[in-house]
Design a protein around this ligand. Sequence first.
Ligand SMILES: Nc1ncnc2c1ncn2[C@@H]1O[C@H](COP(=O)(O)OP(=O)(O)OP(=O)(O)O)[C@@H](O)[C@H]1O
Length: 259
Amino acid sequence: MSIDQDAIRFSDVGMTFLTDHGPLTALSGVDVALKRHEFVAVLGPSGCGKSTLLRLTSGLMKATQGTVSVFGHPVSEPRDDIGIVFQQATLLPWANVLDNVTFPAKHKRGRVSASDRDHARQILATCGLAGFESRLPSELSGGMQQRVGIARALFLNPDILLMDEPFSALDALTRDAMGFELLRIWQASPKTVLFITHSIPEAVILADRVVVMSGRPGRVIADMEVPLGRPRDESSLRSPEMQDYMAHLRSLLIREEVA
Ligand SMILES: Nc1ncnc2c1ncn2[C@@H]1O[C@H](COP(=O)(O)OP(=O)(O)OP(=O)(O)O)[C@@H](O)[C@H]1O
């Protein structure tokens, strides 16, 4: 795998669903590429096809037009080198934290080894969950459950992390803390991240680039580098340059929401 190779490439991607009310085109002519280890946030009005873009990348569904490639190969099925985090952690309610995190091993190999459990304990510690291995999901806060979901996505050490509004169900303080935690994990173990969000500050503080989509059918209307160095903290967004940058994103989104 060459360091210059795109990790994810959408080439003229379109997606039309056949619904009871006729065809519904969710995406049209999407062209965008993510370099290896790049963190890209996607913003866009509700229903513009952001989650669809993520599902196409995961191999859970196939584009009706164009190609989605991962490391140079068209995606045709789910891959072990892609981890996914959804808005809700979708944990197995009857399984404890450790068993939830090792679930990908069970699913893939039919068994969980002692080294799988050690590996899961290490990831849980990285995610701030050391000591909670034997708890059930119902015994955890929403933020902790979401961390378990992230730990599970990291368990197979994926090259690519797909995140669909992963922190949107959390309170504001937990959400900010989780964002910085994610940056710490990403810096310690670099991955290509495709991060969907409705929050401009969240997109800007986390990502290298922000992609803005139009209203349905979703197209890319802006693809902008975030003019901020790293590391970042809460004060990073206060400069006039960043205020202007975010105001520009806001105006693009408002235009699309009312269109
Ligand atoms: N399996 C499906 N069958 C039919 N229509 C679908 C399907 N999945 C998504 N859609 C439609 O495609 C459009 C895009 O949906 P998608 O969930 O990708 O949007 P989104 O940008 O993620 O929305 P939100 O920001 O509200 O989560 C919507 O109109 C949705 O109703």
